[in-house]
Design a protein around this ligand. Structure first.
Ligand code: COA
Length: 371
């Protein structure tokens, strides 16, 4: 029997700095009433110079590991879903892996825009189901404020920074992630894009001048696409889990726009009191929005052990997807894990490795080992 992939830990982190709609109105031609009525967003968190996708992702990961009572060196796999990685490479996942001291884990970034967390959850689940991993960390981490054109009122009002993480663990007891669907349609790639900085438009003076390093969006088209696919993906995932919509206690959707969520829930005939909406305080945090909403739903008692829950998202690509899970909570155990105590140790270990690498390079000089 293949093991089940249980969600045993969760954590979130957002920057301290909060930017309200009124704050935004001081820098672009907008106002609180417009943003609230069109999106449901009231404020968002914005990263300081010291914060990045890796620092936020690390903080969320530490919390998730604490809830799961899992030591970082027990992780086999780390997937960081992000549209705002620290670099094209090395992967943000490797930076988090090093800071955690997760020295037995493979680590990579996954880019499926705002659907990334659903995709990453599915890949981690499949790795556990086939026995390739027993303990996995799935992170959604974003600092999209760095890629937003703060002069473009069509986009800058929408996004916020933050991170969320899940720990997934293999277990024999039936439950955990029951099903997932992943979908894409590249023909709509131009509807939401960040054209610059890749191999097609590497950074040049012209690319900066043309604003290619900022998010571009056709809001109306994305809106239409999102309302259509959210309902469909939810239905497909629920069907795949051999359940009915009535069996679902809670839907936790990607937090892009309250009107999109309401339309999708109406199409699914799910009342809004069975849906978590928290974008008023965070805006669209892309891959982080679902795990952040999960943390809040656990915190306020809306998501309880035994609940069947749907996670559903959509984003650039175009991509969309959904997953159905039975919410279990942490596995039994009395072991208290304090991953913060690892911080100093892992920093020292990472430093020692760097020094060793320099010494090795000095000894070897320009010679390569003979084959
Ligand atoms: N403040 C004030 N006015 C604004 C504004 C802002 N922040 N942004 C746009 N406007 C103006 C437009 O310029 C336009 O003015 P005009 O009629 O004089 O040209 C007017 O408001 C209506 O614009 P429109 O684009 O039709 O608004 P909308 O009702 O479609 O709402 C979005 C715009 C962006 C809120 C909406 O389309 C949306 O949420 N789309 C989905 C975006 C999304 O979720 N993206 C992330 C996906 S992961």
């Amino acid at each position: 029997m293949s093991p089940y992939a249980h969600i045993t830990g969760w954590g979130m982190a957002v920057p301290k700095r909060v930017m309200t709609n009124d704050d935004l109105a001081k820098i672009v031609d907008t106002n609180d009433e417009w943003v609230r009525s069109r999106t449901g967003i009231g404020e968002r968190h914005i990263a300081s110079d010291e914060e990045s996708s890796a620092t936020l992702g690390f903080d969320a990961s530490i919390k998730a590991l604490q809830v799961a009572r899992l030591k970082p060196d027990e992780l086999d796999l780390i997937i960081v879903a992000t549209s705002s990685p620290e670099h094209i490479f090395p992967a943000t996942a490797c930076i988090i892996q090093d800071r955690l001291g997760a020295n037995k884990a493979g680590a990579f970034d996954l880019l499926a825009a705002c659907t990334g967390f659903i995709y990453a959850l599915n890949i981690a689940t499949q790795s556990i189901r086939v026995g390739a991993a027993r303990n996995a960390l799935v992170v959604g981490a974003e600092t999209l404020s760095r890629f937003v054109d703060w002069k473009d009122r069509n986009t800058c009002v929408l996004f916020g920074d933050g991170a969320g993480a899940f720990v997934l663990q293999a277990g024999e007891q039936e439950g955990g992630v029951l099903s997932s669907v992943m979908r894409s349609d590249g023909s709509g790639g131009d509807l939401l894009s960040l054209p610059g900085g890749g191999s097609k438009h590497p950074a040049t003076v012209e690319s900066v001048r043309e604003g290619l390093h900022f998010i571009r969006m056709n809001g109306r088209e994305v809106f239409r696409f999102a309302t259509r696919v959210m309902a469909q993906a939810t239905q497909d995932a629920v069907e795949k889990a051999q359940l009915k919509i009535e069996d679902i206690q809670l839907v936790i959707p990607h937090q892009a726009n309250e009107r999109i969520i309401e339309t999708a829930m109406r199409n699914l005939k799910i009342p809004m009191d069975r849906c978590v909406v928290n974008l008023e305080h965070y805006g669209n945090t892309s891959t982080a929005s679902i795990p952040i909403a999960v943390c809040e739903a656990v915190g306020d008692g809306r998501l309880k052990p035994g609940h069947r829950v749907v996670f559903v998202g959509f984003g650039a690509g175009l991509t969309w997807g959904a997953a159905v899970a039975v919410w279990n909570g942490p596995t039994d155990g009395v072991r208290e894990v304090l991953p913060y105590s690892y911080r100093l140790y892992t920093r020292l270990r990472s430093l020692a490795r760097r020094i060793l690498r320099r010494i090795e390079a000095f000894i070897w000089g320009r010679r390569y080992p003979s084959v």
